[in-house]
Design a binder for this molecule. Structure first.
Ligand SMILES: Nc1ncnc2c1ncn2[C@@H]1O[C@H](COP(=O)(O)OP(=O)(O)OP(=O)(O)O)[C@@H](O)[C@H]1O
Ligand SMILES: [Mg+2]
Length: 461
């Protein structure tokens, strides 16, 4: 079985969707001329930053940049992560996108640089062109002989036809299983990959249209194919360098991809793979697709990681690095030096910086409305206005959180629309940061390990 087939199988198994903080965002919401629309694809306002991100997106799509780095900087809750997610959604499946939070690399069972290397290699795609041999045609007859004892190896024969020929194939146990699993029957048009034995039902022959008129089932009727039954086809798959690494390292092979139990990969393995990929590229069998690595909360990286990034960006096969931070002038982790965003100056110097700005009341109103729709919460206009006011005075995040809890309160009183009272109730139940800090100050003597406020975190906004 080829690498790409194995990986596609795994991807099918592990793709799980959930309603997350950014699930309402389906793109950057820009038009063909890269101009951001006021509200589009779940995105609201933040026009300048979205326009900048749109330009980056365009360059990535055209394959114009690799080994560049972009920093999105701005206050908490101004949509930095949201913009990165929008960019990811707009990229399409063929361009790898990896998102990590900087703190993740300290918690894995591997060195920081190994974790970063893996993240880098996950973000570089290798488009592999493969010649596959397939047989394709309309099923004329399937014959399966079961041994009289009921157990043991099954054998059988499959007859296929096209408009110009027919042919009979012997079936082994495995093929019989696949055909049975796909419920293939006479009159189906099938494609079988000779190398993997994968059976794909393309549809049902038009000549069988009559039989199904009554059944009302959704069946895809197609013409019986013409030409040869056995064909060669060019297939393209994109896999990441990391996926190739994992499959080629250690005995556990590709199962490690499910288990997540990958461990460190030897540098010799990577070198061999780089060489192999370079050969494929030379021979026209493969193409490198630089993807995007997004490192959120990048100020959590330390000085060693930053110098790793500096170097990694100069590699031939570097992805586009996008980072986000909400820190201003702060200490670079692992040193006593301060720098803008907690990022060393030599790295800062290589970055294109995009800034996000705080939202207006109108923007907050629109974002909250989108979130209500996303969470299927029906809300009264006055309640939304109150929620917006809360958002302006506390934070956008806090008011987004209140949506879910308010809708639960509403459901509890068997209401159908979230009302002003529901919002008031959850506002009292769950305090925002400002109130929490005030509470701490007021009652500091009662808390454990209190140092009389000299050392409490200050919250300005
Ligand atoms: N312009 C926007 N349009 C729609 N939704 C937005 C927009 N900006 C932010 N949001 C939503 O508001 C919430 C907070 O935004 P986000 O998490 O992107 O902030 P952030 O800038 O990454 O903050 P932090 O610095 O704390 O990480 C998210 O649920 C996000 O999806
Ligand atoms: Mg964020």
């Amino acid at each position: 079985m080829s690498i790409s087939n194995k990986i596609n199988e795994i991807k099918d198994l592990t793709r799980i969707e959930r309603i997350g903080a950014h699930s309402h965002i389906t793109g950057l919401g820009i038009d063909d001329t890269l101009e951001p629309r006021e509200v589009s694809q779940g995105m609201v306002g933040q026009i300048a930053a979205r326009k900048a991100a749109g330009i980056i997106l365009q360059m990535i799509k055209e394959g114009k940049i690799a080994g560049r780095a972009i920093l999105i900087g701005g206050e908490p809750g101004t949509g930095k992560t949201a913009i990165a997610m929008g960019l990811a959604k707009s990229l399409g499946k063929q361009t790898p996108f990896t998102a990590i939070a900087a703190s993740e690399i300290f918690s894995l069972e591997m060195s920081k640089t190994e974790a970063l290397t893996q993240a880098f290699r996950k973000s570089i795609g290798v488009k592999i062109k493969e010649e596959t041999e397939i047989i394709q045609g309309e099923v004329v007859d399937i014959q399966i002989d079961r041994p009289s004892t009921g157990a043991g190896v099954k054998v059988g024969k499959l007859t296929l036809k096209t408009t110009s020929m027919d042919a009979m194939y012997d079936l082994g146990n495995k093929m019989i299983e696949s055909l049975t699993k796909e419920k293939v029957q006479n009159g189906d048009i099938v494609r079988i990959d000779k190398a993997t034995g994968k059976v794909t039902k393309l549809g049902r022959s038009i000549s069988r249209l009559r039989e199904h008129e009554v059944s009302g089932n959704k069946v895809n009727f197609i013409e019986c194919p013409d030409g040869e039954i056995q064909q060669r086809r060019e297939d393209e798959h994109t896999v990441s360098l990391h996926e190739i690494d994992v499959i080629n390292s250690r005995a556990q092979g590709f199962f490690a991809l499910f288990a997540g139990d990958i461990g460190e990969i030897k540098s010799e393995v990577r070198e061999q793979i780089n060489q192999k990929v370079a050969e494929w590229k030379e021979e026209g069998k493969a193409e490198i697709v630089p993807g995007v690595l997004f490192i959120d909360e990048v100020h959590m990286l330390d000085i060693e990681c930053f110098s790793f990034l500096n170097r990694a960006l100069e590699d031939d096969m570097a992805p586009i690095l996008i980072m986000a931070t909400n820190r201003g002038n702060t200490t670079i982790r692992g040193t006593d030096y301060k720098a803008p965003h907690g990022i060393p100056l030599d790295l800062l110097d290589r970055l294109l910086i995009i800034s996000t700005t705080p939202y207006t009341e109108k923007d907050i109103h629109k974002i909250l409305k989108i979130r209500c729709d996303e969470e299927d919460v029906d809300i009264q206009e006055e309640a939304l206005t109150l929620l917006t006011k809360i958002g302006v005075e506390t934070s956008l995040r806090y008011s987004i959180h209140l949506i879910t809890s308010a809708s639960l309160v509403c459901a509890k009183r068997k209401g159908t629309q979230v009302s002003v009272d529901d919002i008031k109730k959850v506002y009292d139940l769950f305090v925002d940061v400002k109130r929490s800090v005030k509470y701490l100050k007021d009652y500091q003597d009662e808390f454990l390990y209190n140092d009389n406020g000299n050392n409490t975190m200050s919250v300005e906004n």
